[in-house]
Design a protein around this ligand. Structure first.
Ligand SMILES: C[S@@+](CC[C@H](N)C(=O)[O-])C[C@H]1O[C@@H](n2cnc3c(N)ncnc32)[C@H](O)[C@@H]1O
Length: 287
């Protein structure tokens, strides 16, 4: 609102985030509204907007609450559900086939020791179900070398991968970008803040395809028959937080912002997962 928007609609799939926002509602009244839904559903709630901001991933609030099970630094139930619905991370590690766990760790977390960790998870759960974040951290630590100074915690990639699988985050991003394209007015801005390389690649590819820079347009067709691009890329390179911002918000270190402007061209068929460089698992089957 402070940036000049006349009306703001905030989406979050996590019902617990809205309570602390009551003061914003008091301050801005009807100019601000909150919707407890996934952003892939945004077109069911709004049409014709001037801007869409997708601030992806997990929030500090979620990370810091041990009870939510997102953090390998705090012991808590191995949950990781943002929306508090569907199977939890504990369900996934206790019930999925070994190969599926390995695929999740490899494809969603780029964990190179995925097969060894998956095997150790299955061995461990045969003795005792895996209930807590620290149960899982201990299993991962038994497989990977100890953390050296300056290196990421050994559980970083596995926790990221499980969180993405539990919350279907890549499907959400895929659908969310296409939904934003539908509801943005010509001239409206799509702004996406991503937190790791796979997310950033998906956003970049979506923008490139929709701006006609990646195979979307057939250079052998006469110009009049080429599909008009749906977006114009505003940020050639993604924008990272500067030192000043990092000093007050160190968790912004891996954040990247990409922006594109909607044109007046009609929306066409959705891209494929392959076009977007999106890792795809087969449908998850419990063992
Ligand atoms: C990085 S945080 C956003 C923080 C917020 N912009 C702020 O400044 O406090 C990401 C938030 O997005 C929510 N979220 C993640 N994926 C979502 C989705 N597919 N649909 C709706 N909300 C989602 C999470 O529950 C989390 O609260």
């Amino acid at each position: 609102m402070n940036a000049g928007a006349e009306r703001v609609i905030g989406f979050d799939r996590d019902p617990s985030v809205f309570q602390p926002l009551a003061s914003l509602k008091e301050q801005f009244g009807d100019k601000i509204n909150f919707v407890n839904d996934r952003f892939s559903n945004m077109a069911a709630h709004v049409a014709h907007v001037d801007g869409v901001v997708l601030d992806l991933g997990v929030s500090s609030m979620q990370l810091d609450e041990a009870e939510r099970g997102f953090s390998f630094m705090n012991n808590g139930p191995l949950d990781m559900r943002m929306g508090q619905e569907g199977p939890s991370a504990a369900d996934l590690v206790n019930q999925s086939a070994e190969k599926e766990i390995a695929d999740i760790l490899y494809l969603f977390g780029e964990e190179r020791a995925s097969r060894r960790i998956a095997r150790r998870i299955v061995e461990a759960r045969q003795k005792q179900a895996i209930h807590t974040t620290f149960d899982l951290v201990d299993i991962i630590k038994a497989v990977l070398p100890a953390q050296k100074k300056g290196q990421a915690h050994p559980a970083t990639r596995s926790f990221q991968a499980l969180r993405i699988a539990v919350n279907n985050e890549y499907d959400e991003l895929f659908e969310g970008l296409h939904a934003a394209e539908k509801i943005l007015k010509a001239g409206g801005l799509l702004m996406v803040v991503s937190f790791h390389s796979i997310e950033d690649r998906m956003v970049k590819r979506f923008f490139q395809h929709r701006a006609g820079r990646l195979g979307g347009n057939n250079r052998f067709l006469p110009e009049a028959e080429q599909e008009a691009p749906q977006f114009e890329i505003v940020t050639r390179k993604p924008i990272a937080a500067d030192e000043k911002e990092l000093a007050v918000n160190p968790r912004a270190r891996s954040a990247l912002l990409r922006v594109a402007r909607r044109t007046a061209a009609q929306t066409t068929a959705a891209l494929s997962a392959k076009d977007m460089g999106m890792p795809k698992l087969g449908a998850l089957k419990y063992a």
